[in-house]
Design a protein around this ligand. Structure first.
Ligand SMILES: NC(=O)c1ccc[n+]([C@@H]2O[C@H](COP(=O)([O-])OP(=O)(O)OC[C@H]3O[C@@H](n4cnc5c(N)ncnc54)[C@H](O)[C@@H]3O)[C@@H](O)[C@H]2O)c1
Length: 251
């Protein structure tokens, strides 16, 4: 029960890693406020937590909209009295050649994956600083740690998220707010369906971002444990870190 009495605000809670993380934190005592654009997925997550005896509420929210994020944070504070932990798990992307990525798609990926985290951090900040033990975990990607062919928009957004995380980790370390990020590789979730390598991709470039044991995918519930570690007091000395959980892809 590492999160007893704590409030988690989590984006992307309607699916995959966000849902698994919401469930794990609730099982460890947190009151969970989830947001997502997928209202049906969100309702499933909340129902699963409540069925298991946990406490959860939610709001449909596009993290790309500062106004929507501020309203969701206000709703979380109204429901549970504050925000102690922020997890940014909302994310979008797909494999595509640069020629196939138009300005609109480029902008949307940057807006959700990078500006979304800026928006939630800005909106939740006064609450995260108001009580001791505040923590932020941003979900980046191994694609944010070096170049990834056929996902330039996604990789750029995640690299931005990594250095956003490090920069604000420095700014808030002296005020007791720990900020870290997780860099996973393949997770068994709906998103991975958009990243299946294509026949027309150069094989050596696909190999460059593949793990030593091919086709290895993490269970979202296992990956959620890495987020829980970073957010917990077990990681009290971990600040501005990028926890790579990629089956050795970057090794
Ligand atoms: N699946 C992988 O292999 C993998 C690998 C590395 C990193 N990641 C990252 O992990 C995180 C979780 O991904 P996942 O694999 O669980 O994918 P997922 O598609 O299962 O879940 C992502 C969730 O984000 C939500 N979302 C999308 N746009 C949103 C928006 N504008 N506002 C609010 N919510 C929005 C989606 O509706 C969805 O419920 C993402 O940030 C992703 O980039 C995933």
């Amino acid at each position: 029960m590492r999160f007893l009495g704590r409030v988690l605000f989590i984006t992307g809670a309607g699916s995959g890693l966000g849902r698994a993380t919401a469930r794990l934190f609730a099982a460890e005592g947190a009151k969970v406020f989830g947001v997502d654009v997928n209202g049906a997925g969100l309702a499933e997550t909340v129902a699963a937590i409540r069925t298991a005896g946990g406490v959860a509420d939610s709001a449909v929210c596009d993290v790309g909209s500062m106004a929507a994020v501020r309203a969701a944070v206000d709703a979380a504070v109204g429901a549970f009295g504050g925000v102690d932990i922020l997890v940014n798990a909302a994310g979008i992307g797909r494999s595509a050649r640069l020629e196939e990525i138009d300005e609109e798609e480029w902008q949307r990926v940057l807006t959700v994956n990078l500006t979304g985290a800026f928006n939630t951090v800005k909106a939740a900040l006064p609450h995260l600083l108001a009580r001791p033990g505040g923590a932020v975990v941003n979900v980046a990607s191994s694609a944010g740690m070096r170049g990834q062919a056929y996902a330039a928009h996604y990789a750029a957004s995640k690299a931005g998220l990594v250095n956003f995380t490090r920069s604000i980790a420095l700014e808030f370390a002296s005020r007791g707010l720990r900020i870290n990020c997780l860099a996973p590789a393949g997770i068994r979730s709906p998103l991975i369906q958009h990243f299946i390598p294509r026949e027309d991709f150069e094989k050596q470039l696909v190999a460059y971002y593949s793990p030593p044991l091919p086709h290895q995918l993490a269970d979202p519930a296992d990956m959620a444990k890495a987020i829980a570690y970073l957010a917990s007091d077990d990681a009290k000395m971990v600040v501005g870190a990028v926890l790579v959980a990629d089956w050795g892809t970057l090794a």
